[in-house]
Design a protein around this ligand. Structure first.
Ligand SMILES: Nc1ncnc2c1ncn2[C@@H]1O[C@H](COP(=O)(O)OP(=O)(O)OP(=O)(O)O)[C@@H](O)[C@H]1O
Length: 470
């Protein structure tokens, strides 16, 4: 009997899986046996937890689905229909739905308007499809209470990805391979070459969907797969083995770099609310500088190293953007912040003494007397409020009556006097009542609402995350 062959139809042909499995076990060996050992040794968590298997309908993910089903692992299938290849895309979806029925697994399907998404976000097709499917997988993990997403990347994907990155220009990160484990993600097929997966499928009469675009040399991946990799294999019969050894070395080096960079980041990056402050003096002292900048800022989506180096020496107030983050040059520091997460308010607050607010770390309570002063706490005269309380960000024209001073002051003047940079101004919460500013949160109170001798009810407002004002 052929190593990987099982009697056709016997495993999935309508009989109960456990009987099919017994029959199958008589033919154990080859890819199946290696996979079983591999899971037991490196991915025991896939035996212990239900997971989501990302299935495109292609060879690798179909074989992975069969292998996991025959090991009786608990999983559900997810298929993303990107609607990029007309009828072909719909046939892929139908194929995965049928596969689910055959192996008795639930199938989740979602159709995406990929073209609209990529235009909106200025992405290429691959990036857009990746974003969309991984976002959806994360939602599914939460909804279905599944522990991991499992994808069917295999050994040849490693080599192709390495060569793509080499061709396009890349550092250690892009050249040290696809990790088989990441938070919420497992790639248990990564050690298996495509040939062995294909021959397993053929011998077991497992059908899969061939993506017609895989045959065209329009994509770099396909050109490398069809022309470059065969030439490398021909140049040295031990190429595959040697490449795998190189990858191990590179992975080791990357782990070393990651450890070191983790320590540097710990030392240089200081969290301030949703901002990170990075002292320029320490950043400038790092050598080789570009390598450090690359390692420190690449995880935040920055790729233009020349612009980053220029920013080190540019005027305060200059900013560069990555797809996910902004980096602002302040006088003696870089400020890093995520894009697009900012809430501008107004956030209405219940000032009847309602406890901790849902959206912001703010606690409001009615108290008998004032406590120790602290920057994150405000005591105010409840009856001085003419309206309810809300939080909002600063806008041009705002003014307040600084506590202890006569007369009003523009908040922009307060910012200027206290050397606020643009990120700090934009992140500053104001506690307001109607049109009146009650508190520049964590900074300065307004005189009109202070507790006086005549005050009968004191409201205590506490910003719980005192680190925000450190
Ligand atoms: N449309 C999709 N729906 C669900 N998962 C997908 C989809 N496309 C890709 N994946 C997952 O991502 C992995 C890697 O993607 P890649 O584009 O290399 O796959 P593929 O060549 O289309 O299919 P396969 O890897 O199954 O042969 C797949 O093995 C699969 O686990």
């Amino acid at each position: 009997m052929d190593e990987d062959a099982v009697s056709p139809g016997s495993r999935w042909g309508g009989q109960p899986l456990n009987r099919a499995r017994k029959q199958f076990c008589t033919y154990l060996c080859g890819v199946y046996q290696q996979f079983e050992t591999h899971i037991a040794k490196y991915f025991p968590e896939l035996r212990e937890n239900p997971f989501l298997l990302a299935c495109s309908g292609g060879l690798d993910s179909v074989v992975l689905s069969h292998l996991c089903a025959s090991l009786e692992l608990r999983f559900e299938l997810a298929h993303a229909n990107f609607q990029l290849r007309g009828k072909e895309s719909d046939l892929d979806q139908e194929f995965v739905e049928d596969l689910g029925k055959n192996i008795h697994r639930r199938v989740h399907v979602k159709c995406f308007d990929t073209n609209a998404y990529l235009t909106q976000n200025k992405l290429n097709v691959q990036q857009a499809a990746r974003d969309l499917r991984y976002g959806w997988f994360r939602d599914l993990l939460r909804e279905r209470q599944l522990a991991f997403t499992v994808t069917a990347h295999q050994a040849d994907d490693q080599l192709e990805t390495f060569l793509i990155n080499l061709t396009r220009g890349s550092g250690l990160r892009g050249l040290s391979g696809i990790p088989d484990t990441a938070p919420g993600l497992r790639r248990p097929l990564l050690a298996f070459p495509r040939d062995s997966i294909r021959s397993y499928a053929t011998k077991n009469q497992i059908a899969w969907r061939e993506d017609s675009s895989n045959l065209q040399d329009y994509y770099l991946r396909n050109r490398l797969r069809h022309r470059v990799i065969p030439a490398l294999r021909e140049a040295d019969s031990r190429f595959a083995e040697n490449f795998s050894r190189s990858l191990d070395f590179l992975k080791g080096s990357k782990a070393l770099v990651d450890n070191h960079i983790g320590e540097v980041r710990e030392r240089l990056f200081r969290n301030e609310g949703n901002l990170v402050r990075i002292a320029l003096e320490e950043l400038r002292a790092l050598h080789p500088r570009r390598a450090y900048l690359h390692e420190l800022f690449q995880p935040f989506g920055f790729t233009d190293w020349e612009a980053l180096e220029r920013l080190l020496h540019s005027a305060s107030g200059r900013e560069i953007l990555s797809p996910t983050h902004g980096l602002l040059k302040d006088r003696d520091a870089f400020l890093l912040r995520p894009l697009g997460e900012d809430v501008h308010g107004p956030i209405m607050l219940d000032h009847g003494g309602a406890g901790v607010h849902e959206q912001v770390p703010l606690k409001i309570s009615v108290v008998g007397e004032m406590g120790e002063p602290a920057s994150n706490v405000l005591y105010l005269d409840k009856n001085a409020l003419n309206n309810g309380l809300h939080l909002r960000r600063w806008k041009k024209g705002d003014y307040f009556y600084p506590l202890g001073m006569k007369g009003k002051q523009k908040i922009s003047k307060y910012f200027k006097d206290h050397k606020f940079n643009r990120y700090e101004k934009e992140a500053q919460w104001l506690l307001c009542s109607g049109d009146e500013v009650v508190w520049i949160v964590g900074r300065r109170a307004d005189d009109r609402f202070k507790v006086r001798e005549t005050t009968t009810e004191i409201l205590k407002i506490q910003w719980l995350d005192s680190q925000d004002f450190s």
